[in-house]
Design a protein around this ligand. Structure first.
Ligand code: PGA
Length: 261
């Protein structure tokens, strides 16, 4: 697959997914530890557990760092025990939300259609969905990478396409091969670039080149300060979704520095 040759108009985004980690004390130390690294050359965001949104919002006030949730309901309100709606996230000043992380797909049986429904309500509510896609090792070994990514992505693109052209399109895609998440095994920069180029080609075919060229595609899966630079140097890789290394202010800082280039 050939690399995209157009000049990159996209600003890098480094997003920290804290997963089910944190406490008032550790959250504060973590945020205060990486803030010095933040400037306007790289977008930075953090995704904390729901109960910490107020604390994180306060710590990040006027700091130029976005914050968000790790999931959102596709429903507006009602008898959905345990769920959190877009309008609730709006009240906390949330501007981005993770949708369809592989841990949600795996442990909560979220289908690609359910993920797409979450993405569309987020976008409708002015919150940028970061939609996670990625194949398992067995799927990669069976030669199914393109088919799996397409099956995860197409329902999102189909439902969200109505926002293209009215200024509300704000999708971010995160390519996270399941076999690289939390394993210490990273996709090689070439492997990641190949899938990113395929995702961008799919956006191009379905929504046109303007959308394809402006949509950020992050890589996630064992990104560390030591491997971030060569991954972020690839033409279709617009930053990273960081798990384990986002829990250390030193490591997260190192990844922000790598994104600055
Ligand atoms: P990892 O997680 O960086 O620990 O591999 C990435 C993710 O799950 O988003």
């Amino acid at each position: 697959m050939s690399e995209t040759t157009e000049q990159k108009p996209r600003k890098k985004l480094v997003a920290g997914n804290w997963k089910m980690n944190g406490s008032f004390d550790s959250n504060e130390a973590l945020i205060l530890g990486f803030l010095a690294e933040v400037d306007d050359q790289v977008d930075v965001s953090v995704f904390c557990p729901f109960p910490y949104l107020t604390q994180v919002a306060k710590l990040l006030e006027d700091q130029g760092v976005a914050y968000g949730a790790q999931d959102v309901s596709a429903k507006a309100s009602g008898a959905y025990t345990g769920e959190v709606s877009v309008s609730m996230l709006n009240e906390f000043g949330v501007t981005q939300v993770l949708v369809g992380h592989s841990e949600r797909r795996q442990y909560h049986a979220e289908s690609s259609v359910a993920v797409a429904e979450k993405a569309v309500v987020a976008m409708a509510g002015g919150i940028t969905p970061i939609v996670c896609v990625g194949e398992t090792l067995a799927e990669r070994q069976a030669g199914l990478v393109e088919a799996v990514i397409a099956s995860q992505l197409d329902p999102v693109i189909e439902r969200c396409s109505k926002f293209v052209g009215n200024g509300a399109w704000n999708l971010v895609i995160a390519y996270e091969p399941v076999w690289a998440i939390g394993t210490g095994v990273t996709a090689s920069p070439e492997q990641a670039q190949e899938v990113h180029a395929m995702i961008r080609a799919r956006l191009n075919a379905m929504l046109g080149s303007e959308v394809a060229q402006s949509t950020r595609i992050l890589y996630g899966g064992s990104v560390k300060p030591g491997n971030a630079s060569e991954i972020f140097a690839k033409v279709d890789i617009d930053g990273g979704l960081i798990g384990g290394a986002a829990l250390s202010s030193d490591e997260f800082s190192g990844i922000i520095r790598a994104a600055r280039g």
